[in-house]
Design a protein. Structure first.
Length: 208
């Protein structure tokens, strides 16, 4: 951890870890641990376990599984569904671990922020991919998946090298995700309303 990092910089790292966990949890675990293992970054005490060889092996394997599952329409949505139980609490735990056990108040704040950002990112990703899966062509799905593959390591790098810039970028992307969720929710409500009207106006089937 750079000596110049104060509470604002640490909170930016914590928020980025939480947010990125909502998109690519195993990429966050593996890339953060690998960077610490190679000495590229100084991991806080609470995150040192990520650099353990066994953890790197497990997170690397799961990263490969997640990478492949995210490229298959339909399977990606199922993967997002079962990952709901993992991504949000993991994002909160990683964010809290940036501060460790000696700064309980800030660790708690980081956990709440990290979990909230993980939930927002996960919801936006899941909803967008589910909507795109309605299209018969796979290229939009692959494009979104590859964008996520590139975005997560880019944001992790930015958080460790330029944490305040990362905080500004994270705020902008979170706002965009919230707007996206709001628009998707409006679209879904309109679709359900049309379906209800169609069903209520349908004539009952005539007996043979």
């Amino acid at each position: 951890m750079p000596a110049s990092f104060g509470t604002p910089e640490l909170m930016s790292v914590a928020a980025t870890l939480g947010w990125a966990s909502g998109l690519r949890l195993y990429a966050v675990l593996f890339l953060t641990g690998l960077a610490g293992r190679l000495g590229w970054i100084g991991l806080p005490d609470g995150l040192q376990w990520l650099a353990h060889p066994l953890v790197l092996g497990a997170s690397g394997l799961m990263l490969l599984v997640e990478f492949l599952a995210d490229k298959i329409p339909g399977l990606d949505s199922f993967w997002d569904l079962i990952s709901t139980l993992v991504r949000v609490p993991a994002g909160a735990a990683l964010a809290a671990a940036v501060f460790g056990g000696d700064e309980t108040v800030w660790a708690t704040v980081a956990a709440v922020l990290g979990g909230s950002l993980a939930a927002t990112a996960h919801a936006a990703k899941s909803a967008t991919r589910a909507a795109v899966n309605a299209s018969p062509e796979p290229f939009s799905n692959w494009g979104l998946s590859l964008a996520g593959d590139a975005l997560v390591p880019s944001m992790l790098w930015l958080a460790w090298q330029h944490p305040l810039t990362a905080a500004a970028a994270l705020a902008a992307m979170t706002l965009a995700m919230l707007v996206l969720l709001w628009r998707l929710a409006r679209h879904l409500r309109a679709l359900l309303a049309r379906m209800r009207r169609a069903l209520s106006g349908a004539e009952p089937p005539q007996p043979a």
